[in-house]
Design a binder for this molecule. Structure first.
Ligand code: NAD
Length: 254
């Protein structure tokens, strides 16, 4: 699928990678809707995108809410005059060990169900809802499409991330099975599992902590969001790609 002349939805498009994907798709002539929770940041990205070749339109919507996602897909289709692809990018993390005994007091601390559920809701239920509504409308309109899922290197099981690792691994499994289920309708899928990427999450870290983390990366640095966008572009453009995950992690092993 060409990017130019096609219509895309990017979730979590007001910050970090989602913002980058939104603006890069519009630079290449795609019309892009994006959703996020933060209205001020949505308006800023719309302003940044105003002069680009493709349209950039923002929507306030929570990907974890079924009602909001149903309305979002309908509204985006109306605003853009159809929809050819979605990028499931919105994500959060709430790290913690499953169970931890305090070294001095022996007190047991557990990961709360709330922390578990918050991450599953946004990082796994969100892509499920967006992909389901997108695919249903595409099939109804007998229209081909592409679903890009942003997973993470944590999909391999990263200590301190029971919730996030489960969601990101589940998303890769769904990418494969949605690829199989939806191929007959002309809908392709692809996942991307980035390692560290230079977004506000990393920029907020203590420099010494960040430096220590980056020592685990063979390329000794974080990715630039443009480098992750190359994988988004590849999945959209390569009509023989479906159901697989591309690891873009600087060679890091978790
Ligand atoms: P970010 O925090 O900069 O941006 C995420 C955006 O998603 C924010 O604007 C946030 O408001 C939005 N969002 C959060 N919950 C939402 C919801 N319920 N509904 C709609 N929007 C919501 O994050 P980022 O670093 O750009 O990460 C983007 C994606 O890439 C995430 O899925 C993340 O897990 C994944 N990822 C990030 C890294 C990294 O190093 N930054 C590495 C691997 C994977």
């Amino acid at each position: 699928m060409d990017i130019q002349g096609h219509k895309f939805l990017v979730t979590g498009g007001a910050s970090g990678m989602g913002r980058n994907f939104t603006l890069n798709l519009a630079k290449l002539g795609g019309d892009v809707a994006f959703c996020d929770l933060n209205e001020e940041a949505i308006a800023e990205v719309e302003t940044e995108g105003a002069a680009l070749p493709g349209k950039v339109v923002g929507f306030k919507a929570n990907v974890a809410s079924e009602d909001e996602v149903v309305a979002l897909i309908k509204n985006v289709r109306e605003a853009l005059g159809g929809l050819d692809g979605v990028v499931n990018n919105a994500g959060i993390f709430r790290d913690g060990l499953l169970v931890k005994a305090d070294r001095e007091t022996g007190e047991i601390k557990k990961m709360s169900l709330k922390k578990w559920q918050q991450v599953i809701d946004v990082d796994l239920t969100g892509p499920f809802l967006i992909s389901r509504e997108f695919a249903a409308a595409a099939i109804e309109n007998k229209h081909p499409g592409v679903i890009v899922n942003i997973s993470s290197i944590s999909r391999y099981g990263n200590m301190g991330q029971s919730n996030y690792s489960a969601a990101k691994a589940g998303l890769v499994a769904d990418t494969k099975l949605w690829g199989n289920e939806l191929a007959r309708y002309g809908i392709r899928t692809g996942a991307i599992a980035p390692g560290f990427v230079d977004t506000p999450i990393l920029q907020g870290m203590r420099p010494d902590v960040l430096e220590k983390m980056l020592r685990a990366v063979p390329l000794r640095r974080a990715a630039n969001p443009d480098e992750i966008f190359l994988a988004v572009k590849f999945i959209i453009e390569c009509d023989f790609f479906t159901g697989r995950c591309i690891d873009v992690d600087g060679g890091q092993v978790v």
